[in-house]
Design a binder for this molecule. Structure first.
Ligand code: FES
Length: 408
């Protein structure tokens, strides 16, 4: 599962532009959610708590080394949304919880579902992403200490609202954290959740959602839609297509006055929802969305490309980059058509990336000289593109010299 964040400015507001960096964290608990999904809790020691504060809806990248199909060790990185609201403990420690659903053929998710256990250590990147409520982004909760404020939801009091989320499969992961936080923050907040799955056995956080409904019976409306099981209400059975979505919006959502929409799931569903909401006159700034994959199975996540050897006899692009205030330079053979990220990683292994598929936005940098062409972009908004930001995992030089800046 990987994620798309929204604009750079929003992420900056959400995260304070913290530089994403990996830290070794120990698995405190692995809990089975469904036959093919687990919840993993990482303990965060007090000295790292500041690196791992977050807002509900953000995600972390996980990194480890696993044997590939040929038995060769291979570094794998995957992004997972955080599924719990922030909390810290008296000793200053905290925790990060993610849900990992087994993807068909997914190296990391298959391994994690079968093997990961308490006591194991993984590299976890500091939380990122702007799939967060504006009620979390605005005001003191962001500008001061995120963790402190989010541990005390009453600090967000006075900001009631109507919220709607449409999630599919593991798209529930960030949404449940957002719903819990917003419902706790104000006694008049209402939250409608449409949650699509194939069958009841696939529903992640089934008990937690039922508990949340018990806690807020009149303020949380929960609509489970099952595509391969017949429910009593025909509206809640079958795949969500354009027609069903219109019906759901017309009958299940009880207010026309929605402050924020949260869309989280595969590309097709999120796109359908965005288009439908736009056609209904919903302004884009009221719609938060996050994708779980690029929708292209031929582009596996975490592929950072084949090794490239730069030979002085070959024509090369000169790529320079700035990262954490330090300049780097690398030559990239023109025939190799490698990405800026791939080239930069040869000389700076700490260049940030997670999905390598144009989805998460972790590898974003600004082009400050020369030009590039991008293959895929599921992460950057038009205003970021206009300012010169690119996804370095998808960018290839189109001029002899290119300079990018990861720090802006
Ligand atoms: S690493 Fe995810 S978009 Fe480039």
């Amino acid at each position: 599962m990987t994620v798309v964040r929204q604009t750079a400015a929003e992420e900056a507001a959400a995260t304070g532009r913290r530089r994403a960096s990996f830290h070794a964290l120990t698995v405190a608990e692995v809990r089975r959610l469904t036959d093919d999904a687990i919840e993993v809790t990482f303990g965060v020691p007090p000295e790292l708590a500041g690196q791992f504060d977050y807002l509900p809806g953000q995600y972390v990248a996980l990194r480890t080394t696993l044997p590939d199909a040929d038995g060769e060790p291979r570094e794998v990185r995957r992004s997972y949304s955080i599924c719990a609201e922030p909390r810290s403990f008296e000793d200053g420690s905290s925790e990060i919880r993610v849900a990992i659903k087994k993807d068909l053929g997914g190296l990391f998710s298959t391994w994690a579902n079968a093997e990961l256990k308490a006591g194991d250590v993984l590299d976890v990147m500091s939380p990122m992403g702007a799939f967060v409520s504006k009620h979390s982004r605005d005001g003191s909760a962001v500008e001061q200490n995120v963790m402190t404020s989010m541990n005390n939801p009453e600090q967000l009091a006075g900001q009631s609202g109507n919220f709607v989320a449409i999630a599919a499969g593991s798209g529930i992961t960030p949404v449940i954290a957002i719903a819990r936080t917003l419902l706790a923050a104000h006694p008049e907040t209402r939250f409608d959740l449409i949650y699509a799955n194939k069958a009841a056995m696939d529903v992640m956080f089934l008990e937690e959602l039922a508990d949340l409904k018990d806690k807020y019976p009149s303020r949380l409306a929960l609509h489970h839609v099952l595509s391969r099981e017949q429910r009593i209400a025909p509206l809640l059975s079958g795949r969500i297509d354009a027609e069903k979505l219109q019906s759901l919006l017309g009958t299940a959502i009880h207010s026309d006055d929605v402050d924020e929409w949260f869309l989280c799931g595969p590309f097709e569903l999120v796109q359908l929802c965005r288009d439908t909401l736009a056609a209904r006159g919903v302004e884009p700034e009221h719609v938060r969305f996050e994708l779980f994959t690029s929708g292209k199975p031929d582009r596996p996540e975490g592929n950072i490309g084949r090794p490239v050897v730069a030979d002085e006899s070959q024509a090369t692009y000169k790529i320079t980059f700035k990262l954490d205030g330090l300049q780097g330079e690398v030559a990239s053979p023109t025939h190799a058509r490698e990405s800026i990220l791939n080239a930069a990683l040869r000389v700076r292994p700490d260049v940030p990336f997670a999905c390598a598929g144009g989805v998460c936005g972790t590898c974003r940098a600004k082009v400050v000289a020369g030009s590039v062409t991008m293959d895929e972009n599921y992460a950057l908004e038009q205003d970021e593109l206009d300012k010169g930001y690119v996804l370095t995992c998808q960018s290839h030089p189109t001029t002899a010299e290119v300079a990018v800046d990861f720090d802006v």
